[in-house]
Design a protein. Structure first.
Length: 439
C-alpha cells in the first residue's frame, strides 16, 4: 500500500484555489489602487503620483504581489492539503473494504501517517489524522484476530438472523460468510435443536442469565452435521454491539473420541460385544426395576483344542462369530456379553424359568453348528447354566448361581441346566466330602 501524495486535486480543491486566486487578484488591484495616495504621503510629488503610468505601475505591482501570495499559498498549503486528501482517500478505500481491513498481507495503515511540522491548523489536522490511523490500525488488528480464530463468532439480530459471522465459519462449516449473512440461524440447526428460538424465530433470552452455553448440531455445507459448543451472550443492550453475540467451537472430534472411549470401556475389543462391566451395569439396572431376570452363562467346550491345534488366531476368529450367531435369536431388550476367554453371558428380562431354558436350548443349537474359519470347519459344544431371579436380587448372585448350574450342565448330558439350590447344597457337600477324604 503506497501513499498517494500526488493525486489529482479534484474539482473541489481546484475551485478553492481558483477562488483564492480571484481574491488575491482583487486584493492586489486594491493595493495598487490605493498605493499612489500612500506614495504622496511618503513624499512622492503629487504630479508624479497622479500620472496614469504611475497608477498602472502600482496596479501591476499589486497583481504581481497577489499572484506571488497565491503561488506561495498553493505551494505551502496546497501541497499539505493534497497529501492529507490523498491519504484520506486511501484510508476511506481501506475502511470501505472489510477484507482489506482484516487482511494480514496489507501493510499497517499507520504507514500513511503525515509528518507534523507545525502547530497551526494544518498541523492539528495532521495530528488528528494520525490519531485516526492509530485507531483504525487497532480496529484492523481486532478484525484480524476475530477472523483468524478457530472459533466462529456471529451476531444475531432480534429476529434471529445472522448480521455478522467471522471467516472461520468457512473452516468449521464450509460456508462462506456472505452465504450466511441475512440467513436465519435456525435454518442451520438440527431439527431437535431448534428449541433455541421462539415460535416466531426470535432467540430465546434467559432473564438474569446473560450468558448460556449449550451443544447443538449445525449443518455443514457438504450436507453433514457438526457438533458445536455454543456460548450465547445477550449484548442487545450494548449500543456498540446491539445483537446476540454467539461464539461457537467445533467439538465433533472431541465428542467422537469420548464416545469411542466410552464404548471401549464397556465393550470387548475382539467380538465387539458388551463386556462384563456393561453386563453388570445392565443387570443391576433391570433388577432395580424390579423385574424378573434370567442369566444364561455359557462356556464353550473343546475350544481349548482349537487354540492348541490351530493357534489363537483361529480361536479368535471363532469367538468373533459368537455374537452374530446369538443376536438374531434374541429380543431387543436382551443382552449378550463376553465375560472373558470362551465365556459368554446373556440377560433375558421378564421371562419364566421355563422360557429361559427354552431360549438357552435355542442358543446352544445355534452354537453347535460348525464354524467356518479359513476354509476349515471347527466344531465346538457349549454348556449353559441358567439362573432366574427378581429384585432386590444382586446380579453378581445370579451370575454365581448360573455358574453353578453351568458346571452341573458340563457334568450332565443335557448341556443346559437350571440353577437348583438343592443341587448346589448337594454339590457343596460332595466337594467337602472329597476334600475330607484327601485330607
Amino acid at each position: 500500500m503506497q501513499p498517494t501524495d500526488r493525486e489529482d486535486p479534484g474539482p473541489g480543491r481546484r475551485a478553492a484555489f481558483s477562488r483564492l486566486a480571484v481574491g488575491m487578484a482583487v486584493l492586489g488591484l486594491a493595493v495598487g489602487a490605493v498605493f499612489p495616495f500612500f506614495a504622496v504621503l511618503l513624499g512622492v510629488p503629487a504630479v508624479y503620483a497622479g500620472t496614469p503610468d504611475f497608477r498602472a505601475a502600482c496596479l501591476a505591482a499589486g497583481l504581481v504581489l497577489g499572484a506571488a501570495n497565491w503561488l506561495l499559498a498553493r505551494h505551502v498549503i496546497g501541497t499539505r492539503l493534497q497529501v492529507l486528501a490523498g491519504r484520506l482517500g486511501d484510508v476511506a478505500a481501506i475502511a470501505g473494504d472489510p477484507a482489506a481491513l482484516a487482511s494480514r498481507t496489507t501493510p499497517p495503515v499507520t504507514d500513511l501517517a503525515i509528518p507534523v511540522h507545525s502547530t497551526d491548523s494544518l498541523g492539528v489536522a495532521a495530528t488528528a489524522f494520525n490519531a485516526l490511523l492509530t485507531a483504525l490500525e487497532r480496529e484492523r488488528r481486532f478484525r484480524s484476530v476475530v477472523h483468524a480464530t478457530n472459533d466462529v463468532l456471529a451476531l444475531l439480530t432480534d429476529d434471529g438472523r445472522i448480521s455478522f459471522v467471522s471467516d472461520s465459519v468457512t473452516t468449521v462449516l464450509g460456508w462462506a460468510p456472505g452465504q450466511l449473512i441475512g440467513r436465519h440461524a435456525s435454518g442451520l440447526l438440527f431439527a431437535e435443536d431448534d428449541h433455541l428460538f421462539t415460535d416466531i424465530g426470535a432467540p430465546i433470552s434467559h432473564d438474569g442469565q446473560p450468558s448460556q452455553v449449550f451443544l447443538v448440531r449445525v449443518r455443514h455445507a457438504d450436507g453433514g452435521w457438526r457438533h458445536l459448543e455454543v456460548s450465547s451472550s445477550d449484548r442487545r443492550d450494548d449500543p456498540t454491539i446491539a445483537a446476540l453475540l454467539i461464539t461457537a467451537r467445533d467439538v465433533t472430534e472431541r465428542l467422537e473420541l469420548q464416545r469411542r472411549l466410552a464404548h471401549q470401556a464397556t465393550h470387548d475389543d475382539l467380538t465387539g460385544l458388551p463386556n462384563r462391566a456393561a453386563l453388570l451395569a445392565r443387570g443391576s439396572e433391570l433388577l432395580a426395576g424390579p423385574v424378573r431376570l434370567a442369566v444364561l452363562l455359557m462356556d464353550l467346550d473343546r475350544f481349548k483344542e482349537v487354540n492348541d491345534t490351530l493357534g489363537h488366531s483361529y480361536g479368535d476368529r471363532l469367538l468373533a462369530q459368537i455374537g452374530p450367531r446369538l443376536t438374531p435369536l434374541l429380543r431387543e431388550v436382551d443382552l449378550v456379553a463376553r465375560l472373558g476367554g470362551d465365556e459368554f453371558a446373556v440377560l433375558l428380562p421378564e421371562v419364566t424359568p421355563q422360557e429361559a431354558c427354552a431360549a438357552a436350548t435355542r442358543l446352544r443349537t445355534a452354537l453347535t453348528a460348525p464354524f467356518p474359519v479359513d476354509g476349515i470347519t471347527l466344531d465346538v459344544d457349549v454348556s449353559i447354566g441358567v439362573a432366574v431371579g427378581a429384585g432386590p436380587e444382586e446380579i453378581g448372585a445370579l451370575l454365581r448361581q448360573a455358574d453353578v448350574a453351568m458346571y452341573l450342565a458340563k457334568e450332565g448330558r443335557t448341556r443346559v441346566e437350571l440353577y437348583d439350590p438343592a443341587a448346589e447344597d448337594h454339590d457343596r457337600r460332595r466337594r467337602l466330602l472329597m476334600r475330607a477324604q484327601l485330607d
